[in-house]
Design a binder for this molecule. Structure first.
Ligand SMILES: CCCCCCCCCC(=O)SCCNC(=O)CCNC(=O)[C@H](O)C(C)(C)COP(=O)(O)OP(=O)(O)OC[C@H]1O[C@@H](n2cnc3c(N)ncnc32)[C@H](O)[C@@H]1OP(=O)(O)O
Length: 152
């Protein structure tokens, strides 16, 4: 499988609980291209249940959207420069400045979740990303992110 966007984060930026490869207790979310959009897949462990055992905890859902959105922003910004993540030149990295999540229906446990990102717009330092999290082809949560370019 192709490398994920997060595989190109520098070691010092790879400690995120949601997506850092250097966080042994983390989720290790992996985001990739899906045409012009982005996609990640994740199967929550049973301990991430919500109020009832067969629904996913909302904080985990927000976490998945957070990491996928920030990684997607970096990928969109690279493509806007006709580059790919990991290409030569200064890496472009983003952090989440704002994340709005709408929980549309309960998210079932035991099913692989599909997280998608779509570029809404970008300017010199900011990227707006529309996000969804689906199970069994149904959108369970949607999100809107503003990611701001990280100044090294
Ligand atoms: C480092 C790369 C590796 C990534 C690792 C994985 C990341 C996974 C995703 C995350 O979990 S990131 C962690 C959660 N996010 C943070 O901890 C970010 C904390 N916030 C900050 O560090 C700063 O507030 C931030 C860098 C986002 C912006 O601060 P700056 O001082 O650099 O810039 P400024 O405050 O001037 O904001 C830049 C622009 O964004 C706008 N802005 C910032 N925060 C906003 C907000 N919350 N809502 C709306 N607009 C906002 C701000 O108005 C401004 O717009 P204009 O350029 O048009 O004037």
């Amino acid at each position: 499988m192709d490398a994920a966007f997060q595989d190109f984060y520098a070691e010092k930026f790879s400690h995120c609980h949601g997506c850092g490869k250097n966080n042994p207790a983390g989720h290790h979310l992996k985001s990739r291209w899906d045409g012009d959009d982005t996609i990640a897949r994740f199967l929550p462990k049973p301990e991430y249940s919500g109020g009832v055992p067969d629904h996913v905890y909302g904080g985990l859902i927000a976490s998945l959207l957070d990491c996928h959105g920030a990684a997607s922003a970096a990928a969109f910004a690279h493509r806007a420069q006709n580059r790919e993540m990991g290409s030569e030149g200064e890496p472009i990295r983003y952090v989440t400045a704002s994340l709005k999540v709408d929980f549309r229906r309960p998210t079932p446990m035991g099913i692989e979740l599909v997280i998608k990102g779509k570029l809404r717009s970008m300017d010199e330092r900011k990227v707006w990303v529309d996000l969804t999290l689906s199970a069994n082809g149904e959108v369970c949560a949607s999100g809107e992110m503003l990611a701001v370019r990280y100044r090294q």
